[in-house]
Design a protein around this ligand. Sequence first.
Ligand code: MG
Length: 161
Amino acid sequence: MSPSLRIGHGYDIHRVVPGRPLVLGGVRFAADFGLEGHSDADCLTHAICDAFLGAAGLPDIGHFFPNTDPAWKDADSQDLLRRVMDEVAARGFAPVNLDATLIAQKPKIAPQLAAIKAALARATGLGVEAIGVKATTNEGIGDIGRGAAIAAYAVVLLAAR
Ligand code: MG
């Protein structure tokens, strides 16, 4: 008997570096730093991709979009998420909801939360009411707390169609 609901979890962290655009949840932030990575390094969207892939029993984001492949250099991670949703749909699953937490000492995320939700709604096909995104600092603790990295966690639910 195959269960009709599938939960998935994702985590990602990227190093903060100067001279790159900062993109989180598909939204460009005005900041004097960005995240290191092969793609646009959008750790929030990457965590969400991994959560959807995990829920569908598929390999992780690095399997589908390897950082050794020039095709994904500076890739828009919203495009990667759309491709992930296609993989999930091809296996007979539809998204039910997603919930994510972004951990960043700076910049302030709250003013952009609505824009992030709207971007994620466009990429996943979910309604904004089915998308949770929270942001927290790391209270100055550790590498994330001193602004050397930004991390994200995500959980999603899929339903068999
Ligand atoms: Mg990543």
